[in-house]
Design a protein around this ligand. Structure first.
Ligand SMILES: Nc1ncnc2c1ncn2[C@@H]1O[C@H](COP(=O)(O)OP(=O)(O)O)[C@@H](O)[C@H]1O
Ligand SMILES: O=C(O)C1=C[C@@H](OP(=O)(O)O)[C@@H](O)[C@H](O)C1
Ligand SMILES: [Mg+2]
Length: 182
């Protein structure tokens, strides 16, 4: 069975909210394609996100991010996971809102910190006080994330599978015309 979406589903939210893992699982359940803007940027550059930040800087990365999003949004509707900063750029919000249902994976600070603290893959958190940076970024970004079309609250302790089931249920309920199965 192949699923069909009327528009893309774009996951937004903070580092560690689960955009990559939940997006992967959501696409699998819906039988639609999955892409992650970070992965697309890394493969085009043949470098990791950390290497891109170190060599070319954040501004360069943000421009690549906008290019990748514009390209992905032109494709067959599927699930697209963004990086945590993508929704901060007005141009990206406009691109996404024109072609997609945007969903904010809304997650509290302690849960985010628990999930990201062991990982070395996020250059913005490679500082002497990563929790302070995460706290500040979250406070600055939450009002902008709240502009997403739909908000999905994370429940700490929930498995990725259970969270995806709950998300799918919420999408079916609020967006009955988005999903077509054939
Ligand atoms: N309920 C949950 N929802 C999302 N992620 C979860 C959950 N429980 C545990 N995790 C873990 O949290 C991490 C989320 O990371 P990731 O998907 O890379 O987030 P993002 O792409 O938003 O930065 C993963 O290691 C995932 O296994
Ligand atoms: O929040 C951000 O600004 C970033 C989040 C990362 O993606 P995840 O949110 O998937 O970790 C990645 O795009 C980059 O490290 C910058
Ligand atoms: Mg991710």
């Amino acid at each position: 069975m192949k699923g069909r979406l009327k528009r893309h589903i774009v996951l937004i939210g903070m580092m560690g909210a689960g955009k990559t893992v939940i997006g992967t699982e959501l696409a699998r359940r819906l039988h639609v394609g999955f892409t992650d803007s970070d992965v697309e940027i890394e493969s085009a550059a043949a470098m990791s996100i950390s290497e891109i930040f170190a060599r070319d800087g954040e501004a360069f990365f943000r421009d690549r991010e906008t290019q990748v999003l514009a390209r992905l949004l032109k494709g067959t509707p599927g699930v697209i996971s963004t990086g945590g900063g993508a929704w901060m750029r007005a141009e990206n919000r406009e691109l996404i809102s024109a072609q997609a249902l945007s969903i904010w994976l809304n997650c509290d600070l302690e849960t985010l910190w628990h999930r990201v603290r062991q990982r070395q893959t996020r250059p913005l958190l490679q500082t002497s006080n990563p929790k302070a940076v995460l706290t500040e970024l979250l406070a600055a970004r939450n009002p902008v994330y709240a502009l997403a079309e739909m908000s999905f609250p994370s429940q700490s302790g929930e498995t990725v599978e259970a969270a995806t089931s709950r998300l799918l249920e919420a999408i079916r309920k609020t967006q009955p015309d988005l999903l077509e199965m054939k």
